[in-house]
Ligand binder design. Structure first.
Ligand SMILES: [Fe+2]
Length: 353
C-alpha cells in the first residue's frame, strides 16, 4: 500500500486531510504537526514513504526547506506543497528549484487534491520502475563490455599466433622469389604510413599491415622460372603470373582471422577503372585498404632494383603513379599522400635513405 506523509502545524488540517485521503484512496496516511518531530521520528530514513504533502509556514522549519531536506534523503518521494495564498510566489519559484511536483492552495478543492495525489503516486511508481530498469541496463552494459574485453583479448592472442604464421609464410615466398627480398616488409611499412595519413582506424591499420605482408603469398604457386625470369614475360607466362592473387586468397581464406586481408590479397592487382585482375573490379568495389596496398606494391616494384634491372629514380616512379591516378586507375587522394611523403622525406626513410 502506498504511504503518504502529511505535515501541517494545524491539527485540524492534518486530521481533515488524512480522513479525506483514507476515505477516497486506499493509501496509508502518516501525519505530523511539527517538522522537528518528523525529522526525529526516523521515518524519512525508512524508505517507505511515496509522497509528501507539506504546509509552507511552520515552526522550526518552513515547507520548502523541509521538502528539500526530504529530497536529499529520499529523492524518490514525490513532493507536494500546501500553501496559503500569500506564499504562492515562492511556491511557484520552488517548482523548478526543488522539483516540486505540485502546489495546492488553501483552501484546497477536495477533488483536485485527490487527483493530484493519485497522479503523483503514479508518477513516482513510473519513475521508480524506470530507474530500476536503468540499473538493469547499466549492469547489462557492464557485462557486455566485460565480454567484449574478453573477446578482444582472445582475438589479440589469436592475431598474435596468426602473425607468427604470416611471417613464416612470407619467408616461404621470399625464399622462392629473389625479388621479393624485403619487398613485403617495405610494402607493409609504406601501406601503414599511407593508412595513417588516410586516418584509418587501429583495426583497419592492423589489417592493412597483415594484408600488405601477405599480398604476394600466392606466388608460392608460380613457377620459379617465371618468378625469377630476367626480362619481360611472354603473354602466356603473364597469364600464369596473374593467377597469384587468387592462389593467395585460397591459401589464406581458411583462417577466420584473415578474412579481411584475404580480400586484399585477392584484389591487390585490381584498378579503379576496371582494367586490373583477376575480377576487373571497379572503384567502390575495391576497399580503401586494398587500394593502399596496390599503390604501395606498385611504387616499391618501380623504385627498387630487380634481379634484371635497376630501380627507377624516385621522380620517375612517382610520375608513373601520378599519371595512373590522373587516368583513373589509382586512388588520387592516396597517390597524393605518397607525393606528400616524398616531399617530407618520410618515403625515403622507409628505403633507408
Ligand atoms: Fe602481386
Amino acid at each position: 500500500m502506498s504511504k503518504i506523509l502529511l505535515i501541517d502545524d494545524e491539527i485540524m488540517i492534518t486530521s481533515t486531510l488524512s480522513t479525506l485521503i483514507e476515505m477516497m484512496l486506499d493509501y496509508e496516511v502518516i501525519t505530523f504537526n511539527n517538522p522537528k518531530t518528523l525529522i526525529e521520528s526516523g521515518i524519512l530514513e525508512s524508505g517507505k514513504i511515496d509522497l509528501v504533502i507539506s504546509d509552507f509556514i511552520m515552526p522550526y522549519m518552513n515547507g520548502l526547506d523541509l521538502l528539500s531536506l526530504i529530497k536529499e534523503k529520499q529523492p524518490h518521494i514525490v513532493p507536494i506543497l500546501l500553501t496559503g495564498y500569500s506564499d504562492k510566489e515562492s511556491a511557484i519559484k520552488s517548482i523548478n528549484d526543488l522539483g516540486l511536483y505540485y502546489y495546492l492552495e488553501k483552501p484546497w478543492d477536495n477533488h483536485e487534491l485527490i487527483k493530484v495525489i493519485q497522479n503523483g503516486i503514479e508518477k513516482g511508481k513510473l519513475e521508480n520502475e524506470l530507474s530500476q530498469k536503468l540499473v538493469v541496463i547499466e549492469k547489462k552494459n557492464q557485462e557486455i563490455s566485460r565480454l567484449y574485453d574478453l573477446l578482444r583479448r582472445d582475438f589479440d592472442k589469436e592475431m598474435g599466433n596468426v602473425l607468427e604464421f604470416i611471417v613464416s609464410l612470407t619467408n616461404l615466398v621470399e625464399a622462392k622469389d629473389a625479388y621479393t627480398d624485403n619487398h613485403t616488409r617495405r610494402v607493409s611499412d609504406l601501406a601503414l604510413a599511407l593508412g595513417v595519413r588516410k586516418s584509418l582506424s587501429q583495426e583497419q591499420l592492423r589489417y592493412v599491415e597483415i594484408g600488405a605482408m601477405i599480398h604476394d603469398i600466392g606466388k608460392v604457386s608460380t613457377p620459379e622460372s617465371i618468378l625469377n625470369k630476367p626480362g619481360a614475360l611472354t603473354p602466356e607466362e603473364f597469364e600464369i603470373m596473374k593467377n597469384h592473387p587468387e592462389a593467395g586468397a585460397r591459401i589464406i581464406r581458411p583462417i577466420s582471422a584473415l578474412q579481411k586481408p584475404s580480400e586484399m590479397v585477392l584484389s591487390h592487382h585490381e584498378k579503379l577503372d576496371g582494367s586490373g585482375y583477376p575480377n576487373g573490379l571497379k572503384a567502390d568495389e575495391i576497399s580503401v585498404e586494398t587500394r593502399i596496398i596496390t599503390i604501395s606494391d606498385i611504387f616499391d616494384a618501380l623504385y627498387t632494383d630487380r634481379p634484371y634491372r635497376k630501380g627507377m629514380p624516385l621522380e620517375k616512379a612517382l610520375n608513373i603513379l601520378k599519371s595512373d591516378a590522373e587516368n583513373g586507375k589509382l586512388d588520387q587522394e592516396l597517390v597524393g599522400f605518397l607525393l606528400e611523403m616524398a616531399d617530407s622525406g618520410e618515403l625515403q626513410k622507409i628505403y633507408g635513405e
